[in-house]
Design a protein around this ligand. Structure first.
Ligand SMILES: Cc1cc2nc3c(=O)[nH]c(=O)nc-3n(C[C@H](O)[C@H](O)[C@H](O)COP(=O)(O)OP(=O)(O)OC[C@H]3O[C@@H](n4cnc5c(N)ncnc54)[C@H](O)[C@@H]3O)c2cc1C
Ligand code: FES
Length: 377
């Protein structure tokens, strides 16, 4: 991890309000892995005061470049979108915990919604590259041993071949990943080179599967052992966590929490632990959290989803008024209704819970809430 000024080598539009940023990456900072993120400051001034996090969507190790896919939402991303090629921005990274590699007998199922697209695409490409490298190594070994090479497209089994790409997937040579991407409609699909076998889901059916990523999983997910990887809004993660539990699968879910310091010092990114023992920090303990976690450090995604979608006092309907329509659970950030106690609108740590503090008063566990179903906010 390192703080440095990085030159912008690409900053292009991908769809309405979606852009792709590529930076010259100082490899002495360490090479980013899928699931990790960096924080940036897009202007030399103190406004906005806090750095903003973006997840890596790709790394070109040969060219020392790193990319992110971002949605223009507020001041920092608007300033970023206006920066010309060659401009330099203040970067801190790579930060956070990366996605773990799947086991050799686990089908990796990768799911993205909203701004979760970047890190999930990064993981898909790394796993694909690792499999191709392992297949090539197997074929080479078979050829030099004078036996027939493995047929093209065959799973690379458990060969311990090094991946071309290195990184988190370096030791992966297992089963072909399944990539499931959720969008509101065809218009929201970024103009990106997506893996040809990516499964596209749209809420309105204007492209690919009609329905949410959860609908797709419920109908089409393979039998057998899988590991679920996902990044997206809290309600999507809550539904995926519940689904994985039901199937007896492991899950590695990445939070897209608001942050303040970004380096573990302020609790501005606190997520509730499933065991009720306080909070975990998205920036330093995550943003990728496993379920089940060996040390019991799991996130209560259902509580987090309810907290994010709960109306703030200012937004609560007047007594007797019709309930507010819930924000979209599956593609959420643009419709996220509130910043909760741990993520103030100013991204400030002042309202953050102390480590291990009692859950905030709005924590629905205190109210005996239920786990949200897919599509429920
Ligand atoms: C680990 C991590 C990785 C991230 N990766 C990406 C990424 O790859 N691409 C990307 O586009 N964004 C990503 N984000 C979210 C990004 O950091 C925020 O969108 C950021 O706050 C934008 O700054 P801004 O000043 O432009 O907008 P802000 O003024 O900060 O926000 C504008 C509005 O967007 C909403 N908002 C902001 N952040 C979030 C959030 N995290 N969740 C839900 N709603 C939010 C709020 O309602 C806010 O009013 C990531 C966040 C984290 C924590
Ligand atoms: S933002 Fe995570 S501890 Fe400060």
């Amino acid at each position: 991890m390192k703080q440095f000024d990085a030159a912008i080598v690409a900053n292009r539009s991908l769809a309405e309000s979606w852009r792709e940023l590529a930076l010259e990456w100082d490899s002495s900072a360490g090479l980013p892995e899928p699931g990790q993120f960096f924080t940036f400051r897009a202007s030399g001034s103190t406004d906005p005061l806090l750095r903003r996090p973006l997840a890596f969507s790709a790394v070109d190790r040969d060219a020392s470049r790193a990319s992110a896919i971002y949605q223009v939402r507020g001041q920092a991303t608007r300033l970023l979108s206006e920066l010309a090629l060659g401009s330099r921005i203040d970067i801190l990274g790579p930060l956070g915990r990366a996605f773990p590699a799947p086991g050799p007998d686990e089908i990796p199922i990768l799911v993205a919604g909203g701004i979760g697209l970047g890190p999930v695409l990064f993981l898909a490409r790394e796993l694909g590259a690792a499999r191709r490298a392992a297949s090539a190594a197997l074929a080479g070994a078979a050829a030099s041993a004078g036996t027939a090479a493995a047929p093209a497209g065959a799973p690379a089994a458990s060969a311990a071949a090094p991946a071309a790409s290195g990184g988190v997937a370096a030791s992966f040579a297992g089963l072909a990943p399944i990539l499931v991407l959720g969008f509101r409609s065809a218009l929201a699909i970024p103009r990106l080179e997506l893996p040809p076998d990516a499964i596209l889901c749209t809420d309105d059916g204007s492209r690919g599967f009609r329905g949410t990523v959860l609908d797709w999983l419920e109908r089409e997910a393979p039998e057998g052992t899988a590991r679920l990887y996902a990044c997206g809004p809290a309600a999507m993660l809550a539904a995926l966590a519940a689904y994985a539990r039901r199937r007896g699968w492991k899950a590695s879910l990445s939070a897209e929490q608001w942050m303040a310091c970004g380096v573990g010092a302020c609790m501005g990114c606190a997520l509730p632990r499933a065991d009720g023992k306080g909070y975990l920090r998205a920036c330093a303990d995550g943003p990728v959290f496993d379920s089940p976690a060996p040390d019991g450090a799991e996130i209560d995604w259902a509580a987090e989803a309810r907290r994010v979608s709960a109306p703030s006092p200012a937004q609560s309907p007047a007594p007797g008024a019709a309930p507010r329509s819930a924000p979209s659970a599956m593609h959420g950030p643009a419709q996220s209704a509130t910043h909760g106690p741990a993520q103030s609108a100013t991204h400030g740590p002042a309202q953050s819970p102390a480590p291990g503090a009692a859950p905030p008063a709005t924590d629905p566990r205190a109210k005996g809430g239920h786990e949200p179903r897919a599509g429920e906010a």
